[in-house]
Design a protein around this ligand. Structure first.
Ligand code: SAM
Ligand code: SF4
Length: 346
């Protein structure tokens, strides 16, 4: 669609809403310690999860309102069968010019080529450690090697720029931030270090040594971005500001001297970026969620199954945009408890 013909969806605070994150499943082949309890969470039945045609209809409605960027996530999106079919359908929706995927990478070497052929543009791969044993400890199930192979397969398939998401947790991988940032010296990777958010049961225990042990906005293991920067610069030298990398998300990007890739930081807790938030989220069971860190949701599944038209869906999407809060309320100790990250689509 010609950008000049595009309509624009604004929220009540005049923020343009151009980005939809779609969770395609609440299932996952890992149980990352900061995301899920050890035994997982009760999974929704197949009937409760939106069908691909339903997701495509929502995306068509959203695109006609001005959404131009879609990211598939989960749970682990690659555990849902025939994901490439959804990618293909979405890649043909007029107005969607950026179609991306966030994955733990375990199955990426199997699907990277098929997804790229179906119209996927790029992937973000979550990688919290470069040490095999620690990888198993963090994911509770995973092996590091297939993920590294998945990253290589994504690069070979032309899924670029390739971003790596690293959630930093004290006592788990803070001692590795310099090693992980150092990969950008030799690899064309864009590594983004992310602050731990208080979304999983496991994370709600206060940090040992936290200034205020009752402060639920400082989950167990929380590390502020400033401390990550300090650890990286102490080991590898100064981080120079770099240009934004693909998309228009909340990361701030830097580059180590002579590096091929970049190092980014995402600080939802220590320095909120709500003022520039441009996104809505669609949960796997068909709820439109205006804010990751606030509880409000609008049901699209019932209207979809009652035969809602695209115009009716557009009305509900506008309602979700209007309901978007100005900012999250973690500082007021309001932590979302109805769903964990894997259920919302992080
Ligand atoms: N399974 C896929 C993956 O791991 O990339 C996609 C879903 S996962 C929920 C999306 C992102 O959320 C991952 O990068 C993950 O590390 C991040 N995440 C999960 N729980 C988090 C938390 N409590 N705080 C910050 N990031 C979190
Ligand atoms: Fe699964 Fe991703 Fe959550 Fe890890 S972060 S448990 S891979 S959904």
């Amino acid at each position: 669609m010609d950008a000049s013909n595009r309509s624009c969806l604004n929220d009540s605070y005049n923020r343009p809403i151009s980005y939809l994150r779609v969770s395609v499943t609440d299932r996952c082949n890992y149980r990352c310690v900061y995301c899920m309890p050890p035994n997982g969470v009760p999974m929704r039945s197949r009937e409760e999860i939106l069908r691909y045609e339903e997701i495509a209809l929502v995306v068509r409605a959203a695109a006609s309102l001005g959404i131009s960027k879609v990211r598939l996530t989960g749970g682990e999106p690659l555990v849902r069968p025939q994901l490439a079919e959804l990618v293909k359908a979405l890649s043909h929706v007029p107005g969607i010019d950026d179609l991306a995927l966030t994955t733990n990478g375990a199955l990426l070497s199997r699907y990277a080529r098929e997804l790229a052929r179906a119209g996927l543009r790029r992937v973000n791969v979550s990688l919290d450690t470069l040490r095999p044993q620690r990888f198993r400890q963090i994911t509770r199930y995973g092996d590091l090697e297939p993920v590294l192979q998945g990253i290589a397969a994504a690069q070979k398939a032309g899924l670029a720029p390739l971003k790596i998401n690293t959630v930093v947790v004290r006592g788990l991988n803070l001692d590795e931030v310099a090693d992980i940032a150092g990969t950008t010296l030799v690899q064309d990777w864009h590594v983004r270090f992310i602050e731990l958010m208080p979304l999983g049961e496991e994370c709600l225990a206060p940090s040992p040594g936290a200034a205020d042990p009752a402060d639920v906005t400082q989950p167990g293991g929380f590390v502020p971005v400033a401390e990550m920067v300090q650890a990286i610069e102490a080991a590898l030298g100064p981080l120079e500001p770099a240009k934004l990398v693909g998309g228009n998300g909340p990361a701030r990007y830097y580059r180590l001297s002579g590096a091929r890739g970049t190092v980014g930081f995402i600080s939802p807790v220590s320095e909120h970026f709500c003022y520039q938030c441009n996104r809505l989220r669609l949960t796997a069971d068909g709820r439109l969620r205006p804010c990751l860190l606030s509880e409000g949701e609008i049901d699209l599944r019932a209207p979809l199954r009652e035969g809602a038209t695209v115009e009716e869906l557009k009305g509900l999407i506008v309602q979700a945009a209007v309901a978007k809060p100005e900012r999250h309320r973690l500082p007021q100790r309001q932590v979302p408890r109805s769903r964990i990250m894997s259920e919302i689509g992080g």
